[in-house]
Design a protein around this ligand. Structure first.
Ligand code: BTN
Length: 254
């Protein structure tokens, strides 16, 4: 068995009752030279951010909102694999808390019973000269919310809503931190391919028909795989096979 180092992270956890966004504070700390593994945690966010410019509902005391600072020795084009790594770690850490499967929807939605249980927002921080000084991986999990605002009620869910159990957020947090450490080491030592295969195992969407919106464009087809760079490979209805590196997927449209 290989020797693993003690986690270089979670040595420094910066916890706040309230922040605008844990990602924003983590980016600032990274720019100021914070160590890899520094974690920023908030009990609520007043401007929690989601992908594609959306906001992230961050009710006080019921969800988990945190950001991890990474400084991976990976070429920049492999940085998308960090988000997939975090998605795999999170879904596997959450699974023991639910009798129903928790699954991944590309690129990084965490679903339970077809609704969104969590999401991941990774942001790069650039140093002068356009080199990457690090990446902030922000994770939001709906744990003990009993309800969501009306506009989210059809699409969002929490562990409590689905299981009627109220897990301790700190238990879930430590599971996720440990899995993140494990899969980060695997990514650095063995590359993206074990992460991609875990991602495939934890996703139910490969083989499904999908609709993908990217900016003003809409594409329909069948999701067939992830490629080595973590892009979603789709067989479009026209027969063309194309890899997408962003966008918003709807499963089983129409
Ligand atoms: C998404 O699915 O759109 C991504 C959601 C990411 C939310 C988390 S909560 C902690 C961190 N801080 C933020 O402002 N956003 C991320």
């Amino acid at each position: 068995q290989r020797q693993r180092q003690t986690p270089r992270w979670a040595r420094q956890i910066i916890a706040h009752d309230e922040l605008e966004s844990t990602n924003d504070l983590a980016k600032k700390l990274l720019a100021d030279g914070a160590e890899e593994g520094t974690l920023v945690l908030a009990d609520t966010q007043t401007r929690g951010k989601g992908r594609l410019g959306r906001s992230w509902f961050s009710e006080k005391g019921t969800g988990l909102y945190f950001s991890l600072i990474l400084k991976p020795a990976l070429p920049r084009e492999q940085h998308p694999s960090l988000t997939l790594m975090a998605a795999v770690a999170t879904v596997e850490a959450l699974q023991p808390f639910s009798p129903h499967p928790i699954t991944l929807k590309w690129p990084n939605d965490i679903l339970l019973n077809q609704r969104k249980l969590g999401g991941i927002l990774s942001e790069q921080v650039l140093a002068p000269g356009d080199t990457v000084s690090g990446v902030v991986v922000g994770i939001g999990i709906n744990v003990n919310q009993t309800r969501f605002p009306e506009e989210l009620a059809a699409v969002a869910t929490s562990l409590y809503i689905e299981t009627r159990e109220q897990p301790e957020r700190s238990d879930i947090f430590s599971f996720i931190i440990n899995y993140l450490y494990k899969y980060y080491q695997i990514l650095l030592e063995d590359g993206a391919s074990p992460i991609l295969s875990r991602w495939r195992q934890n996703s139910r969407m490969l083989g499904s028909s999908i609709l993908l919106r990217q900016g003003a464009e809409t594409h329909t087809g069948v999701a067939i795989d992830l490629d080595a760079a973590g892009r979603l490979v789709v067989r479009l209805n026209s027969g063309e096979v194309r890899a997408f590196d962003g966008g918003e997927v709807t499963l089983h449209p129409g």
